[in-house]
Structures are given as C-alpha cells and as structure tokens.
Design a protein around this ligand. Structure first.
Ligand SMILES: NC(=O)C1=CN([C@@H]2O[C@H](COP(=O)(O)OP(=O)(O)OC[C@H]3O[C@@H](n4cnc5c(N)ncnc54)[C@H](OP(=O)(O)O)[C@@H]3O)[C@@H](O)[C@H]2O)C=CC1
Ligand SMILES: O=CCS(=O)(=O)O
Length: 248
C-alpha cells in the first residue's frame, strides 16, 4: 500500500530545531517534499543539505511567523517548486513561562504573536491554494498545556487553548473544500523550548522536570506521519500524547 506521505508537499514552520526539525527529517525520509520555515536560516540550510544528501527533496526560507507576508512567501516556495501544498504544519512556537504577576508583557505579546497569530497567518497563506485544489491538511501544534493550566503557564496555556478553538472552528468551516484539520498536543518533549524562559526559577523547575520525564522530538514526527498517512477520507482531529511518566 502506498504510504500517503510519499510525494506530498509538506510545509513545516519551526523547522530549525526540536519537533519541527525532527518532523522534516522523518517525513522527507518517507518521500515527502518538505518546505521548511523558521528564522535561523543557517539551521534550515544545514537541514536542507542533510535531507538532499540522503536523497530527499527539501527547500527552505527564513521567515518570521509574526509576519503574514512571510507565511505567504513560504507557501509560495512550495507552489513555485511543486505547484501545490498538501500539508501545512503550523509548529513554530515559544513558551517563556512566568507568573502573570511578574508582568512580562513583552513575552505575553510574543507568545500571542507567534503561537496564535502565527497559526492564523499560516492558515491564511495555505487556504486559498487548498480551496482551489479541493484538498489539503492543516496540522496545528497545541499542547497538553492547551488542555490544562499549571503554575506560570496562564498566558502560554491561553495561546494553546486558542489554537484548539481556532483549529476546531476551522475544521467545521472547511468541510466543502475537502481539507483535513489536526491538532497535535504534546506533553513534555526534550527540545530547545525551555531555553528562552527568562524567569530563572521557572526555567530551572521545568528543565529539571523535562530532563527527568521528557521524550524525544521524533515522538511528534511519528504522530504527524500517522495523521498524514491516513486515507484521505479519514480526518484525525486531535492527538494528545505525553511521556508515560508525565502526571499532569
Ligand atoms: N517541547 C515541548 O515539551 C512542547 C512543545 N510544544 C510546542 O511545540 C512547538 C515546537 O516547539 P519545540 O520543538 O518544542 O521547541 P523549539 O524551541 O526547539 O522549536 C521552536 C521552533 O519555532 C521556531 N520559531 C520561534 N519563533 C518563531 C518566529 N517568530 N518565526 C518563525 N519561527 C519561530 C524556532 O525557530 P527560530 O528560532 O529559528 O525562528 C524553532 O524552529 C511549539 O509550538 C511549542 O509550543 C507543545 C507541547 C510540548
Ligand atoms: O507545551 C508544553 C507541554 S507541557 O509542559 O504542558 O507538558
């Protein structure tokens, strides 16, 4: 049976590290034509070279997901190279956790801009093409923190709850266009996500916890592959996955 991944044109944001990087590698190894976006161009270029050296197809563009025109430019790379976009994985995200009373307003703004607006801008860039194709698949990365709240997660959890609401509303609205919609909600995964927490106490506590229970980034890659490879009439709407040892 064909894999339903081979030959698909898959655009991934946040592909310069962590789960996006692992997913790019995994899907390319299964025959997908990947188009990768993030701000760190050097990391993207290294990954593109690695994928091509292994016989895969990859393109990349340096983008900032807080700018709608950057998402349009990224999707256009896929259209120019391959004439279509089959899957968009809105994965770029940031998690500078802190208690609200610390009033880290700039970090709230960044989380809202990257985690919520970045997802919306990705949808805006891909949707016209998917409507015209009458096919497509949008995968949005939420989190266990999109389902529950823990100390210092109020704003981050708010953004990830928003991703779930937007994804479900979008799912209901695009039935006529044969577009699939999936939310992937991971628990603790070992990536660079905690590196940018400026509240040192919160960072240390999270690093200790994720260091103990966190699972590797390719756990997300396998979930992405699973939802993409389902037959086109099967739409997996959400997967929540955690380390077996994670309590919350
Ligand atoms: N690790 C975990 O435990 C969990 C993570 N998540 C979510 O998974 C997603 C991936 O995170 P993860 O792999 O863990 O962390 P990483 O920090 O390793 O990856 C985050 C990615 O997002 C990109 N990114 C951040 N800001 C921007 C921006 N403004 N424009 C473009 N790209 C941006 C980064 O690239 P660059 O800096 O080069 O722009 C990087 O590629 C996020 O949405 C996160 O919230 C959800 C649940 C659990
Ligand atoms: O996004 C973060 C995942 S967890 O800390 O809620 O498990």
């Amino acid at each position: 049976m064909a894999s339903n991944i081979e030959g698909k044109v898959i655009v991934i944001t946040g592909a310069s590290s962590g789960m996006g990087e692992a997913t790019a590698r995994h899907l390319a190894s299964r025959g997908a034509k990947v188009v990768l976006g993030a701000r760190r161009a050097d990391r993207l270029e290294a990954l593109v070279s690695e994928i091509r050296d292994a016989g895969g197809e990859a393109h990349a563009k340096a983008i900032d997901v807080t700018r709608a025109q950057d998402l349009e430019a990224l999707v256009n790379v896929a259209i120019e190279a391959h004439g279509r976009i089959d899957v968009l994985i809105n994965n770029a995200g940031v998690m500078p956790l802190s208690p609200i009373e610390k009033l880290k307003i700039d970090e709230w703004d960044t989380m809202i801009d990257v985690n919520i607006k970045g997802v919306l801008y990705g949808i805006a860039a891909a949707l016209p093409h998917m409507k015209a194709q009458k096919s497509g698949h949008i995968i949005n990365t939420s989190s266990v923190a999109g389902h529950l709240i823990f100390p210092a997660s109020a704003v981050y959890s708010g953004t990830k709850h928003a991703v779930i609401a937007i994804s479900e509303g979008f799912r209901q609205e695009v039935k006529d266009y044969n577009i699939r919609t999936t939310i992937l909600s991971p628990g603790a995964v070992k990536t660079e996500l905690l590196d940018h927490i400026s509240d040192k106490d919160v960072q240390a506590a999270n690093q200790e916890y994720v260091g103990q229970v966190g699972i590797p980034a390719d756990s997300y890659a396998r979930m992405a592959a699973f939802v993409i490879e389902q037959p086109e009439d099967v739409d997996v709407n959400e997967i929540i996955f955690r380390p077996t040892a994670q309590q919350l």
